[in-house]
Design a protein around this ligand. Structure first.
Ligand code: C2E
Ligand code: MG
Ligand code: MG
Ligand code: MG
Length: 269
């Protein structure tokens, strides 16, 4: 019996922890290979304006395709890339590709803006602003076609220096979104000092709309306060028409979620 238990235990262990530990090293070198061989892809998810449900923006989301046709999700390899330092070349690749794609999208629909997720580690590099402005130049992309999405942690560490760099980017037409709002620690009073254009309410709050009064109250409050501070508000993770209606009625400016479209390759957009 003990032997059997031990064996089962080993199997279970092997399937979770050990496999993950082992695969960290393997994944690191495979990711390196993927970056070098240009095997990563950006998919795009529509962002719609609430008042007319027009797609006005698309968010670039990183995908790592596997030989069997599946994808490794960014939540699985971005934290790893942040640990190993690979996030910088990765993030540079993403931004450059997103700028190239934004230039192409402009020809299809001049109102489309592309938003790009930026890791705190990348943003905090001394040459980040130069990198961004150089890449805009090289790709022929205008600042006004790009939005940078950052999480609260960036801005929380956000010294005066971070605020100044955001202001420089905004002077070049780039807009700034505060991603996953509500999951971090930022207080609303702190929010008012930030050079931010749009606040993206995290989808965990939207998911709770139907059953939790607390989530409804929270969303309502965030929308009201954000707007009184002159930020636009975007609701993430809209999956049902009821959720879309709820946040639209509250005055939410933009929506994003599977109800409007999943992230897909640019050519299918
Ligand atoms: P995020 O920036 O908050 O992106 C939104 C995530 O929610 C995406 O997951 C998207 O596919 C998913 N999503 C959108 N609508 C719905 C919905 O209606 N329901 C549900 N359940 N999910 C929805 P994804 O693509 O797996 O990305 C996860 C996170 O990984 C992103 O969260 C972002 O923080 C990070 N990430 C993705 N691409 C990049 C990148 O190029 N650079 C960096 N630094 N981070 C990235
Ligand atoms: Mg985002
Ligand atoms: Mg988000
Ligand atoms: Mg999120």
């Amino acid at each position: 019996q003990a032997k059997k238990l031990g064996y089962n235990y080993f199997l279970e262990y092997d399937n979770s922890m050990a496999r993950r530990l082992l695969s960290t090293t393997a994944m690191r070198s495979r990711l390196q290979e993927a970056i070098e061989h240009n095997q990563l892809e950006l998919h795009y998810q529509p962002i719609v304006r609430s008042n007319d449900q027009q797609t006005v923006q698309v968010e670039a989301l990183l995908r790592w395709p596997q030989t069997d046709g599946s994808f490794i999700a960014p939540a699985e390899f971005i934290p790893l890339a942040e640990m190993t330092g690979q996030i910088v070349p990765l993030s540079e690749w993403v931004f450059q590709r997103a700028c190239e794609d934004a230039v192409n999208l402009q020809q299809r629909d001049p109102k489309l803006r592309v938003s790009v997720n930026i890791s705190a580690l990348h943003f905090n590099r001394a040459n980040f602003v130069d990198f961004v402005l150089n890449t805009l130049n090289e790709t022929g992309c205008r600042g006004g076609w790009i939005e940078l999405e950052m999480t609260e942690s960036i801005l929380l560490e956000g010294s005066q220096n971070a605020i100044e760099r955001l202001q420089t980017l905004r002077r070049h037409g780039i807009s700034i979104a505060l991603d996953d709002f509500g999951t971090g620690f930022s207080s609303l009073s702190y929010l008012k000092r930030l050079p931010v254009d749009v606040v993206k309410i995290d989808r965990s709050f939207i998911a709770g709309i139907r059953h939790h009064k607390s989530d409804r109250v929270l969303i309502e409050g965030v929308i009201r306060i954000a707007q009184s501070l002159d930020f636009a508000v975007l609701a993430e993770g809209i999956e049902t028409p009821q959720q879309a209606e709820f946040v639209t009625d509250l005055g939410c400016n933009y929506m994003q979620g599977y109800f409007f479209g999943r992230p897909i390759p640019l050519e299918n957009l």
